[in-house]
Design a binder for this molecule. Structure first.
Ligand code: AHG
Ligand code: MN
Ligand code: MN
Ligand code: MN
Length: 336
């Protein structure tokens, strides 16, 4: 009978957000409205990704973005959808997107109290071969709604009030934290609703997987090289770790969150700040990892304590199981 009750007691992401809202008596549902517009964007991208090949959505858009990357059609399309959904929500003030060189300032009647930093399509290199890709977002509260400035999105990650990602894989999974733990929701295409499937996700305290692009090994610094060496040739008699690297941060982080282990995109001689962008890749994933009992380190400090000075700034990142990140931290500590 309980199973029957469970089947009809649908915990949608909107209902879950409303329950969470109960913890903030002062809130008037603005966050829930913002979230519903982010969810709309995710549903659109999910349907576009599922038929990318059929809808001629694979391939290049013929432009390059501020990152110097050739933009894929789906990069451009998903960015437009998210910008329009976020602006039309009437709950945003400043938007930072990987695909826009400058921050977007929402003016007039549609201005709201949230700043959203997002990567509309993460893992673009994997679009054309059908490997999992995703969307990543982090949310700040505006400081003063009547004069939004760039300072509102150059805040440390510790000031984020929520973060999440949507992974477009064999199933479409949205993982979200509003600062009270991490929950996973799976899109039920027959309902068009994200249903709670992974309540209160906690990352294992140690894992057996390391996730890094070994192709950059020649350029790593000593602590990173030593850490990866220990993963492959453990000195303490334990068995070597497995290497899993998909090349989409969302997919690599989702596996790390559920199975444990460590994901790293270290600095290297070519790029001293690594590759991943602070506002819409490093901060949201670090927020989620901490909320799930893991941690996230830049090689110098706790990732969330970084204070960005530029909206597309990059940072090295080591995130995942608490115990695994402790190891990399001690290697960097002994080096400095
Ligand atoms: P994006 O597609 O949004 O530009 O991000 C790609 C990132 C991230 O998804 C992934 O972890 C990393 O690029 C992979 O980089 P390498 O191919 O250099 O390993
Ligand atoms: Mn890109
Ligand atoms: Mn990305
Ligand atoms: Mn991207």
């Amino acid at each position: 009978h309980a199973a029957e009750a469970q089947r009809t007691d649908l915990m949608t992401i909107t209902r879950h957000a409303l329950n969470e809202q109960g913890r903030h008596p002062e809130s008037r549902g603005d966050f829930t409205i913002l979230l519903s517009h982010i969810v709309l964007g995710c549903k659109f991208v999910a349907s576009a990704v599922n038929k990318a090949g059929l809808a001629k959505l694979i391939g290049l858009a013929g432009e390059t973005n501020i990152q110097g990357e050739e933009q894929k059609k789906l990069d451009v399309l998903s960015n437009e959808v998210f910008v329009k959904a976020l602006v039309s929500s009437g709950r945003t003030c400043v938007l930072v997107s990987e695909e826009n060189e400058e921050a977007i300032f929402v003016d007039g009647p549609l201005r709201g109290k949230y700043c959203v930093c997002f990567d509309p399509l993460d893992g673009s290199s994997n679009i054309d071969c059908g490997v999992s890709i995703g969307t990543i977002f982090g949310i700040y509260m505006i400081k003063d709604k009547d004069n939004a400035t760039l300072e509102d999105v150059l805040q440390p990650g510790t000031n984020m009030i929520a973060a999440g990602y949507c992974m477009y894989g064999s199933s479409c999974t949205l993982v979200l934290s509003t600062g009270n733990g991490v929950n996973g929701f799976t899109l039920d295409p027959s309902l068009g609703e994200f249903i709670l499937t992974h309540p209160n996700i906690k990352i294992p305290s140690k894992g057996k997987i390391y996730s890094v692009n070994e192709g950059n090994a020649r350029n790593w610094d000593a602590p990173t090289a030593k850490f990866v060496e220990k993963c492959k040739f453990p000195q303490d008699g334990s068995s070597p770790k497995s290497l899993r690297y998909i090349g989409s941060m969302v997919a690599d982080v989702h596996r790390t969150l559920l199975y444990g282990g460590i994901f790293l995109y270290p600095a290297d001689k070519k790029s001293l700040n690594g590759k991943l962008r602070v506002l819409y890749e490093v901060f949201p994933m670090s927020f989620l990892m901490e909320q799930a009992g893991g941690q996230s380190f830049t090689g110098k400090q706790r990732a969330l304590e970084l204070v960005p000075t530029e909206i597309h700034q990059r940072s090295p990142i080591f995130l995942g199981s608490y115990g695994d990140v402790e190891e990399i931290k001690s290697l960097y500590a002994s080096e400095s």
